[in-house]
Design a protein around this ligand. Structure first.
Ligand SMILES: Cc1cc2nc3c(=O)[nH]c(=O)nc-3n(C[C@H](O)[C@H](O)[C@H](O)COP(=O)(O)OP(=O)(O)OC[C@H]3O[C@@H](n4cnc5c(N)ncnc54)[C@H](O)[C@@H]3O)c2cc1C
Length: 479
């Protein structure tokens, strides 16, 4: 069986839908292949609040570019970094194909984000800066009303109105190239057949590999065994897009050894069952010992690092211990999305027994911590500098003693929100080969496009999919 289109988009999340709608607006005949059922369509995008690192609807947050550049790679060769300041055509093949956060992409993300947000309004999207689960934060964020689900619904409808054809339960398997290497289609499988050919240019917008345990074990090693996707949508992202493109000579980009980590309650089957109360308590290992400053900064700035560290602990789990003074924090309930109740006990010893932690050690840990706290002004919604003295590791803010039972604890594990490793692309989202040349006919956007190193520049993954998907759709129509 063979279908002919101008553009075949793989994936029905924000990146795929932005591509499909912008290409269809430019007059292209577009197909979207989605491996999920119609009810489950939308990948990770369907489950996110879709926070966007914006100052307002037209300008990105003040710190967006600096944050990306501070996390662009590790020990990069300064001579290559200097060359990266030049436009892509003037760069050497080494820089064009280098795995790092390309400043050209960040500049495009920054200049195009406002236009992309405005474009979405055409399809009925509105924005809000309503309070979120981040009760303290270090930057500005907006979100579309209705979150990622609203984006998926609005863009599917817009696509259908523009004649985009959606093929659900259809999985892209293999790229097809013409004799000169141009990507001219792909092979897919469905419930009816293992081989349908879709001919046309190809956009790979099929997520990362958070739904593929084998790839995570290969890239992350043993620590991958404790990680799971943060919501149902991630299970569909099995890395085929990345593998297919690497298989025909695409350059990798994005940190293949890291993922965007979030601390969750492993007992909960809710989407994104985060536990963000740790700045107001202490975190301990299964041996009952502290291992990190729980409050070195606002929660949005530290939760990823903490979740990554938890992943490295024995059993990939930690416990946050709080006392009744947690109730001094207004709306702390917003920061816990688990549907499971905390484990409670009247004494620390009893709590330890319930958690299966050596009780003498936990009693000792809490006593040492309490001894290191000092009097001061507790201001739960801002960095208050109420820190411990003479304790290792220290706690830098919100360090009230834990002495008022009943005590409560939540287990925390590390969830994989999305993977960082992907494909090297230019600002039109064309996939580049290992010599930095565009692979004709092939685009990638969203998680499939590699961009992140080090610390995730929070609230930019939906924007990345939206901005580069939209640009790819326009580019595919020009050439
Ligand atoms: C709970 C949660 C909260 C988040 N919070 C935020 C946030 O606030 N802000 C932010 O910026 N980011 C956030 N993220 C991350 C962000 O939502 C995602 O990284 C982004 O939406 C990914 O978009 P995408 O289009 O690249 O991939 P997805 O939305 O995952 O879409 C990929 C699609 O491809 C399909 N697919 C996969 N493989 C194939 C194949 N071989 N053939 C056919 N179809 C295939 C999948 O079924 C899926 O529908 C969050 C993610 C989650 C899950």
């Amino acid at each position: 069986m063979e279908h002919k289109f101008d553009l075949i988009v793989v994936g029905c999340g924000i990146a795929g839908l932005a591509t499909a709608v912008s290409a269809a607006e430019s007059g292209l005949k577009v197909a979207v292949l989605e491996r999920a059922t119609i009810e489950d369509r939308g990948g990770n995008t369907r489950w996110t609040e879709a926070l966007m690192r914006m100052k307002n609807e037209t300008e990105v947050a003040d710190d967006l570019e600096d944050h990306f550049m501070a996390n662009s790679g590790f020990h990069l060769d300064p001579s290559l970094v200097q060359e990266a300041g030049d436009s892509n055509e003037n760069r050497s093949a080494i820089v064009r194909s280098l795995g790092f956060t390309d400043p050209e992409l960040i500049s495009t993300l920054s200049s195009e984000a406002g236009k992309a947000l405005t474009w979405l309004k055409k399809f009925g999207i509105t924005y809000s800066d309503m309070p979120t689960y981040l009760i303290t934060q270090s930057t500005t964020r907006l979100m579309p009303v209705g979150g990622g689900w609203a984006l998926v619904e609005a863009l599917v409808k817009a696509g259908e109105n523009l004649g985009v054809k959606f093929f659900y339960e259809t999985t892209a398997v293999k790229l097809i190239q013409s004799e000169d290497g141009t990507v001219c289609g792909l092979q897919a499988s469905s419930n009816q057949t293992r081989s349908i050919r879709f001919m046309g240019k190809v956009m790979l917008a099929c997520g990362g590999f958070e739904g593929n345990q084998e790839m995570q074990a290969l890239y992350y090693g043993a620590k991958s065994r404790y990680i799971r996707p943060i919501a149902r949508g991630g299970y569909y992202n099995k890395g085929e897009g990345i593998k297919m493109a690497l298989g025909i000579g695409a350059a990798p980009c994005g940190d293949f050894s890291e993922y965007h980590a979030e601390p969750i309650d492993p007992r909960s089957g809710q989407p994104e069952p985060i536990v963000f109360v740790f700045p107001y308590g202490i975190l301990v290992t299964t041996a009952g010992k502290r291992f990190i400053d729980e409050a070195s900064n606002t929660v949005d700035a530290i939760y990823e690092n903490i979740a990554r560290l938890i992943n490295e602990l024995p059993g990939g789990v930690s416990y946050v211990i709080c006392d009744q003074k947690l109730d001094l924090v207004p709306n702390w309930q917003r920061t816990v999305r688990s549907d499971q109740k905390p484990i409670t006990a009247d004494t620390i010893e009893e709590l330890a027994n319930k958690l299966g932690i050596p009780s003498a050690q936990l009693v000792e840990t809490v006593a040492q911590y309490n001894k290191a706290t000092k009097k001061g002004n507790f201001k739960p919604l801002e960095l208050d500098g109420l820190c411990t003295e003479g304790l290792t590791p220290p706690k830098s803010n919100w360090a009230l003693p834990i002495d008022q039972g009943p005590y409560r604890a939540w287990p925390i594990s590390s969830a994989n929100c999305f993977t960082f490793g992907g494909l090297r692309c230019n600002s039109n989202a064309q996939v580049l080969d290992t010599d930095g040349r565009p692979i004709s006919g092939l685009y990638a956007a969203g998680e499939t496009m590699g961009l992140y190193y080090g610390k995730y520049t929070g609230a930019t993954s939906v924007m990345r999919g939206l901005v580069f998907g939209r640009l790819a759709g326009q580019h595919a129509a020009q050439k």
